[in-house]
Design a protein around this ligand. Structure first.
Ligand code: C2E
Ligand code: CA
Ligand code: CA
Length: 708
């Protein structure tokens, strides 16, 4: 259960919060909680009265069930028999509990902990709903809830993607500190001796927060105290499968009171992160590769600190893939571990060996002279060339190595050095394999390629080499085409069809994107205006790069272009990626707002791949979210992956945005996104990007056309 509890809790929390009314929140909570722990019955008892009873088949719950709301135990339900029941208190200010009952099995400590978390979240949602009813607090509360959800989501993402535990802790204290009105928030962990694992926020630590934290750890319950300056101090216990593992303590700043329920929600996240970490030994894994025990790339780059003269060897194994493919991943892992051991045996004390991923390793050379770098590289190649025994077999592999040394003036960031060593390694592979090649500035083949592409690109527009394909946007329930997204293609005489991923970055860097973007908008607008004579409601989505958006005159150009094409502004949606909005938000947001004031709609493309905060989204003039296809692919998975996708979709709905699922590649994904309540989609399974001539037939018939 621990494997998916965080994701499910977040999903549950988002749903319960979105319920709108207290009654709806209770009904939803009871039903979902019962589903998650596979309980036969469930209800909430509030002020001695049953609410949202579920699974009783219409009959009113027994009086003794109400008594269970404080104690728990076994109770005889008419028509069902003996039921194990467990009550979980709703939290401060709400005299009641969420009670679930199961026929066969008593609840495990993990389940009790999860239920406790759910009850607290329900309590928070109910208090939220009540507060909502009160006119003057409506706005502030909504914002705090959204921020709470947003913060919890970010933390959950961190846990799911196995961020280092410390980062998760810092996100939790940081998030709590901000939400509690710049309180000082500290996380104290009990094991092995009580220590502050992370802290954040305004007013510094006094002595008393320690007292409250100790009391919370001793009693396992919420503690309220006051420090010498009269600031409120609250501490809640952090529980890991029912045991007290530490405490989260907050000392309110001057500005605000405190919200115990929110602090409890954060403590819950700490508990889940710790549970997760215990299961997968997350701490080590985050910094070290578990196959070889070597430092990861991130730790490797840190090892450069204070070593300006360090050099790098970039090692790539030859023929590793063949072993991995033929003998299996276990064999591959064992081989990697053995290789790591041999590499370690070739370097000097003070050098650092790391695994960069796949079959790539790196060595940081503490003192990098060209001769030592080459000699070390050759020792490694010789060592790796010796046979390995894997799963009772003898296998032979090899290594190619690129070396990069710091410049004469000692500059060159660790990243740059690593890149140079990588380039040199490519040359070693081409010339070799089984060689050491030292990086030379002349190796900038990539730069040459760049320059030639750029030169060709410069002529492409004038030569009429650009074209557009259109990918239909489909209303999933009806299968009908409601709009099209224009996608750029470059038909280069020397290279054939070039995909935008290859040339757009160059067009952006060189500023050519402005003219290209103008052309895309003008041609696609004319095209869609023509199609609209057959299908009046048809809409157009156009991709915009960040460079275009902040260009002076962009807003006027867009308006003028659409008017000239005879396409109403409200038929057009501009797609932008999160990174555009995050990098230099002010001018971008200004341009967006001005365009939106003229009726043009805005979409966030590849949503979920960047780091836009929800608070940020709420303030942006945005109408649509396009959920990145990486997430759609995950809908085929189960458990927390699925929960993450549904959380993202629900968040979109909560913010009142149109949600589009991108990159639907098969029927299973189509079914999944529809189940998640997504009504619009795009993808190869629906339609590939098509030549303009292929679009009109799709507009005639409302039925679903499938790509071959
Ligand atoms: P995007 O906006 O996310 O466009 C969707 C991309 O995913 C397209 O690639 C499309 O062919 C591909 N795709 C659609 N359905 C599926 C699917 O089911 N599976 C898979 N694997 N892929 C699918 P394309 O055309 O190569 O475009 C790549 C990116 O280039 C676009 O990503 C967009 O960011 C950018 N781009 C394309 N045209 C323009 C343009 O006119 N202006 C600007 N600024 N960017 C453009
Ligand atoms: Ca797009
Ligand atoms: Ca996209």
């Amino acid at each position: 259960m621990t494997a998916w509890s965080t994701a499910q809790l977040t999903e549950y929390f988002v749903a319960v919060n979105a319920a709108g009314s207290e009654e709806a929140a209770i009904a939803l909570a009871v039903e979902r909680a019962a589903e998650i722990v596979e309980a036969e019955i469930g209800l909430v008892v509030l002020g001695g009265r049953p609410r949202g009873a579920w699974g009783f088949g219409g009959a009113a719950p027994e009086r003794d069930l109400l008594a269970l709301s404080s104690a728990g135990g076994i109770v005889d339900i008419p028509g069902l028999g003996d039921v194990h029941a467990v009550p979980s208190q709703l939290g401060s200010g709400l005299p009641g509990a969420l009670i679930l009952g199961r026929l066969d099995e008593p609840f495990t400590p993990e389940e009790r902990q999860t239920l406790q978390g759910m009850a607290q979240m329900l309590g928070a949602a109910m208090r939220g709903a009540r507060a909502l009813a009160a006119e003057q607090t409506l706005r502030a509360d909504r914002e705090r809830e959204t921020r709470l959800v947003e913060t919890l989501l970010a933390i959950q993402r961190g846990i799911v993607s196995r961020r280092p535990l410390q980062e998760t802790f810092d996100a939790i204290t940081g998030g709590a500190a901000e939400l509690l009105g710049d309180a000082y928030v500290a996380l104290i962990l009990a094991d092995p001796a009580p220590r502050v694992a992370s802290s954040a926020g305004g007013v510094g630590p006094g002595d008393r927060p320690g007292n409250a934290a100790r009391a919370a750890m001793d009693t396992g319950s919420l503690q309220v105290d006051e420090d010498e300056q009269g600031h409120a101090v609250i501490a809640v216990p952090v529980l890991v499968t029912g045991e007290i593992a530490g405490s989260l303590v907050a000392r309110a700043g001057d500005a605000a009171g405190y919200h115990a329920d929110q602090l409890e929600a954060f403590a819950q996240q700490v508990g889940l992160a710790l549970t997760d970490a215990r299961t997968v030994e997350l701490v080590h894994e985050a910094h070290h590769d578990h196959v070889t025990g070597l430092p990861s790339r991130a730790l490797f780059l840190k090892a450069f600190n204070g070593r300006p003269r360090a050099g790098v060897l970039f090692i790539d194994l030859d023929r590793f893939k063949a072993v991995n493919d033929s003998l299996g991943h276990d064999a591959g892992d064992q081989l990697l571990a053995d290789v790591a051991e041999r590499i370690r045996g070739c370097v000097r004390v003070g050098d650092t060996v790391a695994r960069l991923g796949g079959d790539e390793f790196a060595v940081l050379l503490g003192d990098a002279h060209r001769d030592t770098a080459v000699a070390t590289g050759e020792r490694i190649i010789a060592a790796v060339r010796e046979p390995f025994r894997v799963k009772g077999r003898t296998v032979y592999i090899g290594a190619s190595i690129g070396a990069a040394l710091p410049g004469a003036d000692g500059n060159g960031s660790p990243d740059e050095l690593l890149n140079c060593a990588d380039l040199a390694m490519y040359r070693a592979k081409q010339d070799g394999p089984g060689r050491v090649v030292v990086y030379e500035p002349a190796m900038h083949a990539a730069a040459l390629h760049y320059l030639s592409l750029r030169a060709d690109l410069q002529r492409a527009l004038a030569e009429g080499e650009f074209g557009l394909v259109y990918q239909p946007l489909v209303r999933l329930d009806a299968g009908s085409v409601v709009g099209v997204e224009a996608l750029l293609r470059w038909n280069s005489p020397g290279r054939g069809i070039v995909a935008p991923g290859e040339f757009l970055p160059i067009a952006e860097e060189s500023g050519l994107i402005a003219d290209i973007g103008q052309w895309v908008l003008a041609s696609s607008a004319r095209q869609v205006a023509a199609w609209r004579r057959r299908r009046p409601g048809l809409t157009l989505n156009v991709n915009i790069s960040g460079r275009e958006l902040v260009r002076p005159g962009f807003v006027e150009d867009v308006t003028r272009t659409l008017a000239a094409a005879g396409l109403p502004t409200n038929a057009v949606t501009l797609e932008l990626t999160e990174s555009v909005l995050m990098s230099d938000p002010k001018p971008a947001v200004l341009a967006l707002s001005r365009l939106r004031a003229r009726g043009v709609q805005m979409s966030i493309d590849d949503f979920g791949t960047g780091y836009s905060s929800l608070a940020y989204l709420r303030d942006l003039p945005v109408d649509e979210l396009k959920v990145d296809r990486a997430f759609i692919a995950r809908t085929q998975l189960t458990g927390r992956d699925m929960a993450l996708v549904s959380t993202i979709m629900e968040l979109g709905h909560i913010l009142g945005l149109r949600v589009v699922a991108e990159g639907i590649e098969n029927q299973a994904q189509l079914d999944a996104v529809q189940r998640l309540g997504c009504s619009l989609g795009q993808g190869f399974h629906l339609h590939r990007p098509l030549d303009p001539a292929a679009i009109p037939p799709l507009l005639e018939s409302p039925s679903l056309h499938r790509a071959a």
